[in-house]
Design a protein. Sequence first.
Length: 307
Amino acid sequence: MNRAFDIDLIRTRGLTGAERRTLERRAADGVYERVRPGVLVRAHTLADLRADERHALLIRATAPYITEPFVLSHESACALLGLPVISAWPDRVHAADSSTGTTRVTARLTRHGVRDRPVTAHTEVLGFRTTTAARTAVDIASRRATLVAVPIVDHVLRTNQTTRAALQQELSRLQTGGTKARAVVEMASTLSGSPAESMCRVRFRQLGTPEPVQQHGFHRSGERSAVVDFWFPDQGVVVEVDGRAKYEDPDMLAGSTTAEAHWREKQREDFIRSFPEVRFVVRLTWTDLLHPERIRAALRRAGVPCR
């Protein structure tokens, strides 16, 4: 559940001048904070929310201006559909407007004119109309960097929010950005277990590595088994993408301590290294994914060819 929908919004529109001034003074005193001009929440509310939840709160704050024929789109649709956005979230709400072919940016909205590709189907999420998962993924794939788009397309396919056929149908309607979007959809994989793994696949393509095997299993009769993120069989190299959540997220820890999680991971890696075909284990962090030269250096040290 998106926590942004459990937060009380205080709107100054319609209040008397005296009431507005009182709220402004209390905001200046730190009792309230602004979501956008004319909309307040209790202090410290925003700091407790994830980035996608803060954008969802911005959507709620902007709701009076999101009227038909507007349909939430792009990152705003991602926020409500639960799609992973690894770039900075926009400071305006994004919406598709099928009544015009001109895109306009106002203080509150980025209105994408899509008359040449009107929104013919939408999804209802918590009272808001959004573009479908397929339309949203293709919109992002046609306009945003591949590193941002692939995690979203991987996610909608892996979670069965859409199908390849639906993505292809949306691709056939594109007027601009079709070549780029098709390349993203063709690259999509249902085996990517996280946005970080999707980003890693993009980096491998950019660095010109051999195509790795995803979710490769190492098994030995009578013992444990382990599935690794990526396996380069010709080089004997395993690549694992480590996120902090593995050691800090209470849901992933499932009652264990961070120290216990680290110990389990060490035992798992020792098991993987015990296979004679495994020459090297490369561990990449989120920070590494943002710096491809670090990845190139780590892979080359392990013997994986890169451009």
